[in-house]
Design a protein around this ligand. Structure first.
Ligand SMILES: *[C@@H]1O[C@H](CO)[C@@H](O)[C@H](O)[C@H]1NC(C)=O
Ligand SMILES: *[C@@H]1O[C@H](CO)[C@@H](O)[C@H](O)[C@H]1NC(C)=O
Ligand SMILES: *[C@@H]1O[C@H](CO)[C@@H](O)[C@H](O)[C@H]1NC(C)=O
Ligand SMILES: *[C@@H]1O[C@H](CO)[C@@H](O)[C@H](O)[C@H]1NC(C)=O
Ligand SMILES: *[C@@H]1O[C@H](CO)[C@@H](O)[C@H](O)[C@H]1NC(C)=O
Ligand SMILES: *[C@@H]1O[C@H](CO)[C@@H](O)[C@H](O)[C@H]1NC(C)=O
Ligand SMILES: *[C@@H]1O[C@H](CO)[C@@H](O)[C@H](O)[C@H]1NC(C)=O
Ligand SMILES: *[C@@H]1O[C@H](CO)[C@@H](O)[C@H](O)[C@H]1NC(C)=O
Length: 856
């Protein structure tokens, strides 16, 4: 191929149009290398001429040919010259001397719109070579010369041979022909009627290979079912020369083809015969006579060479003419199945083909579909043709109308993937439940396996399936999994909820038979989402705001109720905070103990957050977003637990040591006094007298081993118990024996911290019917309103400098008594509170109790 490129454009023609009464004038500048010809239509009788220039040099005629690339004034002495004249824009492309490379033929013009336009390209290559036309995709479609193209752009290819011109064919755009090669010389014509904008197929011209045939046509057959027509030159008159015409067909995989000769007129052969030579994809050749049955139901690419005989020519003698047709159809047989959703309420299915390259053909009730949707409550016949299972994605959606809150089902509904039709050839890729609640209800989600874990980058879900929980308005809450060591006991979401199960370490969700979640409903909540959380003892846990790491919805709120076991303190850190600029309102992060309204701490988006925050008891963490002007509100918090006792053990031992020393000194002093008093009667100790056994203080010894069991140090002892004997209004003989549980108590310390609302204290008060002093600064009773929040005895709050420790055995003791006493707490529950209690009762079932026991 040569290297010279002709930058040839047709139709960049400057026009200036003036209508002067019965005249029509325009200025025309032909592009260089193009010729513009106005010519009167054949048979047009109207009296109108086309004139060049003005004044004395003016020449008028029925044809005007402009060859020079300079502006020329063209006038017509009629007002509608488009009715009488056509315009031809001609370009000569000669590759015979230069061996031209690819030339983009690009008639870029909407000019001469009032004329019928004919664009012609005269092409010439070296003798013995072919010129090659490449059409952009989609290619060209051959039509009968009598037909017309839907877009009114009709292409004709003519070849000039020694025997005279022959029409190769008439073509429209939007077809399967990608390339046409023609021997030696020819002309391509594009005809566009007047008033039609030019929208050409920008074919490329180049010098083709040495000639093998008069014409060679390359066809890329489309996927089946499809059909394409082809015609021999000079159809239907026929051609006479001993020439070859060759068609090369590309057939898509998964398709079979069949060739049909629709119309064949045999020439009168003087020499040789007409032959059809096929070369199939596997290089096998078949030769057929035109009257034979042509290849049927074959696969692969193929080519057909039609060879004419040396035919007799004459006016009334027909030449060779053939119209054949290639039909393409799918080679495979479809897989057919039936899906019946009439028995599974609210369940609908969707099947999608994820591979656009595949030859998959899906149909629903015999209609071919890109995406199959089987609506709920229907039965459908599906068919799959050449669909690799791995390309298909089956998703199922089940709509569940939750029972209304008033008629709520306390036991809850278990979300289990229903068994799908086993004949369905597609693995289940995704299952979604749409939970709809009425009257602004709340959906409560719990794991039937125990707890849920929220997947965050630092602690991802490793389970087989993942649960994407969203509000149905589209806002995502988070990614969760049912996990044995999860921290989330319950998620409450206001309004409708969607839960999507996607596989993580599994392929087919329909194999998952276990329930994923337990759903129940409860009355409307104030926040959008409330989590009930028991942090893990092993390792930290993360709390992410809804939609994390993206922002929470504007003006939405989230709350975590975090239960901290008494033996632990919780360390809350905001490990990742993204704050918005608020348009109205402020973001708010609030932390406070569950049973106290006093010690809440709140931060806004314009304040800096402390880290860490230590919480010694169960607490809540609430966050709410403002209406952001810019930015987003997203917080990732981290909670880790620390075993509290260890921290204080050292101090407690130190204190014990000091106390022991003091007691020894006291004993020595007592001994000295006793000696002085000459062995007078034993003085009763004022220290502590257990109820069970009367122990004479004189016998009181404190073996070293006592240091191990620490039962002599109390974290919170009812004040009246401790100080009762000192109080003048109280009898010294209080029933304090039970407190020591049969052990000797060797001392007590002032207790300065606020006594926590330990049920133990309340119980002991009930069981031992201690007198209570009104107006006591201590409030050893539990705040009734919060009692039911605390299903377990809890760690008292430590304030600065107060030291305390709880006897494990005493804990057990009080727990037992707590459980035993049916009427200890005469607490009146408001409607709201009773709900909370109900929830808590159910929660307490899911406490990972053994963990706590082990950890102690
Ligand atoms: C246009 O011009 C030609 C030649 O000048 C003349 O023969 C013809 O009558 C004219 N037609 C009209 C409609 O004026
Ligand atoms: C064409 O006619 C216009 C006036 O109608 C004139 O200005 C212009 O110069 C003419 N162009 C030529 C090339 O004669
Ligand atoms: C192309 O042809 C096919 C059928 O042959 C038709 O469905 C499609 O609409 C056509 N596209 C254009 C752009 O004409
Ligand atoms: C397609 O062709 C192959 C091989 O020629 C054949 O086995 C298959 O049955 C054909 N398919 C159809 C649908 O006829
Ligand atoms: C899915 O499981 C793999 C372990 O096979 C784990 O590494 C990955 O983080 C899990 N994906 C998600 C999104 O949690
Ligand atoms: C929450 O955000 C999502 C996505 O950003 C949006 O589609 C939805 O409408 C929002 N919901 C509300 C209640 O603003
Ligand atoms: C839940 O969705 C149903 C149906 O789409 C709707 O009628 C109902 O109001 C929604 N409930 C809430 C709380 O938005
Ligand atoms: C925090 O959220 C809980 C649960 O919704 C709620 O009971 C409590 O009143 C909230 N506290 C504050 C200070 O907003």
């Amino acid at each position: 191929m040569g290297s010279c490129v002709f930058p040839v454009f047709i139709g960049l023609v400057l026009l200036q149009i003036q209508k002067i009464s019965e005249c029509y004038e325009m200025e025309v500048t032909p592009d260089s290398g193009t010729i513009v010809i106005f010519s009167k239509k054949e048979g047009q009788r109207l009296d109108c001429s086309v004139c060049k220039d003005a004044g004395p040099s003016q020449t008028c005629n029925s044809v005007l040919k402009l060859t020079e690339a300079r502006p020329t004034n063209v006038t017509f002495n009629c007002s509608q010259p488009g009715d009488i004249f056509t315009v031809e824009i001609n370009q000569q492309i000669d590759c015979s001397t230069t061996g031209c490379s690819i030339v983009a033929v690009h008639p870029d013009s909407t000019r001469f719109l009032e004329f019928s336009r004919t664009f012609t390209w005269d092409l010439k290559v070296q003798a013995g070579r072919m010129f090659q036309l490449d059409f952009p995709s989609p290619g060209m479609r051959q039509i009968k010369p009598s037909e017309s193209c839907p877009d009114k752009h009709t292409y004709t290819i003519i070849t000039y041979q020694r025997a005279g011109p022959a029409t190769i064919g008439t073509f429209c755009g939007n077809g399967t022909i990608s390339r046409i090669q023609v021997l030696y010389r020819g002309r391509v014509t594009l005809e566009v009627p007047k008033g039609t904008d030019l929208n050409p197929s920008n074919f490329k011209v180049s010098m083709g290979p040495a000639a093998t045939a008069l014409v060679e046509v390359d066809v890329k057959l489309s996927r089946g079912p499809s059909s394409a027509d082809f015609f021999t030159p000079n159809y239907p008159t026929g051609y006479y020369n001993l020439e070859k015409i060759k068609w090369n067909f590309v057939v898509q995989p998964m398709n079979n083809f069949t060739v049909y000769f629709r119309q064949y007129t045999a020439p009168e052969c003087q020499k040789n015969t007409v032959m059809c030579d096929y070369t199939l994809g596997d290089k096998t050749s078949i030769t057929k006579a035109p009257t034979d049955i042509q290849p049927t139901n074959k696969q692969g690419d193929f080519s057909l060479t039609l060879t004419n005989c040396d035919a007799r020519k004459g006016e009334i003698v027909p030449g060779l003419s053939l119209n054949f047709n290639v039909e393409v159809f799918r080679s495979g047989t479809p897989y057919v199945c039936t899906v019946d959703l009439r028995n599974e309420e609210g369940l609908s299915l969707q099947i999608e083909n994820k591979n656009p390259e595949s030859y998959c053909e899906m149909s629903l009730n015999s209609e071919i579909q890109e995406k199959i949707v089987v609506p709920a409550g229907t039965k459908a016949d599906l068919s799959f043709l050449d669909c690799p299972v791995q390309d298909l994605q089956l998703t199922a959606t089940k709509v569940i109308d939750c029972p209304s809150v008033s008629a709520r089902d306390v036991s809850g509904t278990l979300l289990t993937i229903p068994a799908l039709d086993s004949s369905l050839p597609v693995p289940l890729h995704q299952f979604t439940w749409l939970l709809r609640v009425q009257d602004q209800g709340t959906v409560d989600l719990m794991s039937p396996k125990g707890s849920l874990h929220q997947s965050v980058p630092d602690k991802q879900c490793n389970e087989r399936v993942l649960l994407v929980i969203s509000e149905t308005d589209g806002s995502n809450i988070g990614l969760f999994c049912s996990a044995a060591e999860g921290a989330v006991q319950k998620i409450q979401i206001k309004g409708n909820v969607s839960i999507t199960v996607t596989p993580n370490n599994t392929k087919d969700l329909s194999q998952e038979k276990e329930p994923f979640l337990k759903v129940s409903t409860s009355p409307e909540i104030t926040e959008n989402v409330i989590y009930t959380v028991i942090p893990l003892i092993l390792g930290p846990m993360y709390l992410a705001t809804p939609n994390w790491p993206d922002g929470m919805n504007s003006s939405s709120s989230v709350s975590w109720i975090i239960y901290v076991h008494q033996e632990y303190t919780a360390e809350l850190m905001f490990s990742n905070i993204v704050n918005p600029t608020c348009d109205s309102g402020h973001t708010e992060v609030t932390v406070g103990p569950l049973d106290s309204q006093v010690q809440t701490q709140t931060w806004r988006e314009d304040q800096s957050f402390p880290s860490p925050i230590i919480q010694q008891q169960s607490f809540y963490l609430n966050m709410s977003n403002c209406e952001p002007k810019s930015g987003r509100f997203a917080v990732l918090s981290k909670i880790s637990l620390q075993k509290e006792s260890k921290k204080f053990l050292g101090i407690i031992l130190a204190v014990f040591g000091v106390l022991l020393l003091l007691i020894i000194i006291a004993l020595i002093v007592v001994c000295v006094i006793r000696k002085r008093k000459n062995k007078s009667n034993a003085n009763r100790s004022s220290i502590f007298i257990p109820r069970g056994k009367n122990v004479l203080p004189g016998n009181a010894t404190f073996p070293k081993s006592r240091a191990d069991n620490e039962s002599h140090v109390y974290a919170s002892i009812d004040d009246s118990t401790m100080y009762g004997h000192l109080d003048k209004n109280q009898p010294a003989e209080v029933d304090s024996g039970a407190w020591s549980n049969g052990h000797q108590v060797d001392g007590y310390r002032p207790f300065t911290g606020p006594t926590d609302s330990i049920p133990a204290a309340a119980d002991s008060s009930a069981e031992y019917s201690l007198d209570r002093r009104e107006g006591d600064v201590f409030q050893p009773f539990l705040n009734p309103a919060t009692t039911f929040n605390l299903p377990r005895p809890r760690t008292p709050l430590i304030s600065q400098g107060s030291l305390r420790f709880e006897d494990r055995r005493m804990m057990d003791n009080t727990l037992n008594t707590f459980k035993g006493a049916g009427d200890i707490n005469p607490i009146r529950l408001s409607a709201d509170e009773s709900r909370l209690q109900l929830q808590m009762d159910s929660d307490s079932d899911s406490y990972p109790e053994p963990e706590y026991e082990d950890a102690m």
